[in-house]
Design a protein around this ligand. Structure first.
Ligand SMILES: *[C@@H]1O[C@H](CO)[C@@H](O)[C@H](O)[C@H]1NC(C)=O
Ligand SMILES: [Zn+2]
Length: 446
């Protein structure tokens, strides 16, 4: 009996200790990210080389290792009765978090596990898969794109569940494994699964834009840009075929000359046409010739367009045809898709305003504005499932930082990572609000 009493006493003391710890950490969202064990897990995530080389060349070993790391790093997420976890297409993950109020339409958070290749010989200050710390920055491929997001979301959820939090509004967390090479296996299969289940989403938040600080001209102070659309893309192949010949007897116009003139006309268009100038044109490959004294029979060039939301793929293709305007130049479309629809960002847009509020809760000094993503994300696969798609992570980018994404010396400051965890921690709780509060006398108080 006394032994039983002893155990009960110990259990009570232990419970009090937990309560004390929870009370201490209330209100300081960031404390969770500061725990040393969480840091070591985030760095482990960076060290796993989940590189996507092409849609058919991914690192299965690394992706499996990453799955094991997630289970170890977030034991509460994986054991909670509120969370259903599924592996999708072998390496992607879908977490379904149950809300206590089924009439609230769920939302979705999206991130990706894979990264683009990186080689130390390109001039990194630390090996790209070392997660080495230099001056309070963690260096490594994936620190900005997109493992800070993967780990940040799950860490926020782990912490909330540990605190005994129960969301009122249900939500999904989707982690794709092949975003960098199209997302056709990961994200697309998550979409299929949700469609089969007839899931409706109020909004979706993915990576995309960030906090810009001293990057944009004419903008005083740092601003958070929430991506409400993504540019479309088109790759066009131009080719000219002519009779081969010897360079000693050149015709008036060679295949190279005809092609170069056509490409020049396309590039010259840029400053003239306003609508077109907002779509970018880049010649990415130019091939002709095999021998110094032979006139090539074929010359070809590939031109890549990034299509502004105000234009369609068809408009761009029509413009290419009319601009080239030369029967001898064959125009072929290699691939392309329209810009993504523009998501709502008005005062009454639930998703936009909740994200905005969460940004301001964590970073009161920021200006928040909508923007357009120049790159594409996994979220484009969700466009039939949800109208309001937003693209934002509170990565704090100063001049030159954007080049680190997919470039050398990708890194994140420890403080920035803590703020990202704090942002998701705040966002999840803010989403329990059923409706946006009324705005009074033109002042937006929310
Ligand atoms: C794949 O990942 C494993 C670690 O999980 C690593 O040892 C291996 O070098 C990686 N392979 C390539 C080609 O990157
Ligand atoms: Zn990314």
């Amino acid at each position: 009996l006394s032994k039983q009493y002893f155990y009960r006493e110990m259990l009570l003391r232990f419970l009090w200790l937990i309560v004390a710890v929870l009370c201490l950490s209330r209100g300081t969202n960031k404390r969770v990210a500061r725990s040393p064990s969480q840091w070591s897990r985030t760095r482990k995530a960076i060290r796993i080389p989940t590189v996507s080389y092409s849609p058919t060349d991914i690192n299965a070993t690394a992706l499996h290792e990453f799955s094991r790391l997630l289970r170890k790093a977030f034991p509460t997420v994986f054991s909670s009765s509120l969370v259903q976890h599924e592996v999708v297409a072998d390496y992607s993950h879908l977490f379904t978090v149950q809300g206590s109020q089924p009439d609230l339409v769920p939302y979705m958070l999206l991130a990706h596990i894979d990264v683009v290749p990186a080689s130390e010989s390109d001039g990194w200050d630390a090996p790209p898969f070392s997660a080495k710390e230099i001056d309070n920055f963690i260096y490594g491929r994936g620190t900005l794109d997109d493992k800070e997001c993967v780990m940040g979301m799950l860490q926020a959820l782990e912490y909330l569940l540990l605190k005994g939090y129960r969301p009122q509004r249900g939500f999904y967390i989707g982690l794709g494994h092949d975003e960098e090479v199209s997302g056709l296996n990961g994200a697309l299969n998550i979409v299929r699964l949700l469609k089969q289940r007839n899931v409706h989403l109020s909004f979706l938040l993915d990576e995309g834009l960030l906090v810009v600080d001293g990057v944009m001209k004419g903008l005083d102070g740092p601003a958070a840009l929430i991506g409400v659309s993504e540019k479309g893309s088109a790759t066009v192949k131009l080719s000219v075929t002519s009779a081969p010949g010897h360079s000693s007897m050149p015709p008036r116009e060679s295949s190279i000359g005809i092609l170069a003139a056509a490409v020049k006309r396309l590039l010259a268009l840029k400053p003239e046409t306003n609508a077109f100038s907002r779509t970018t044109t880049a010649v990415t490959m130019f091939n002709a010739g095999v021998k110094v004294n032979v006139l090539p029979s074929v010359a070809e060039a590939y031109v890549n367009f990034r299509i502004h939301s105000a234009q369609s793929l068809q408009e761009v293709l029509d413009l290419v045809d009319s601009t080239v305007g030369d029967q001898r130049v064959k125009v072929e479309v290699v691939d392309g898709f329209d810009p993504l629809p523009v998501s709502s960002y008005s005062e009454t847009s639930y998703g936009f305003q909740i994200i905005k509020k969460s940004i301001l809760d964590v970073f009161p000094q920021l200006t928040v504005a909508p923007g357009i993503c120049v790159a594409n994300t996994d979220s484009r696969h969700f466009k039939d499932l949800v109208a309001d798609i937003y693209r934002f992570i509170p990565i704090w980018a100063k001049a030159g930082d954007a080049q680190r994404i997919h470039g050398i010396n990708e890194r994140i400051s420890k403080k920035n990572y803590e703020d990202i965890v704090g942002f998701y921690f705040t966002l999840i709780q803010n989403c329990d609000v059923k409706e946006l509060p009324e705005t009074h006398s033109g002042v937006h108080e929310f």
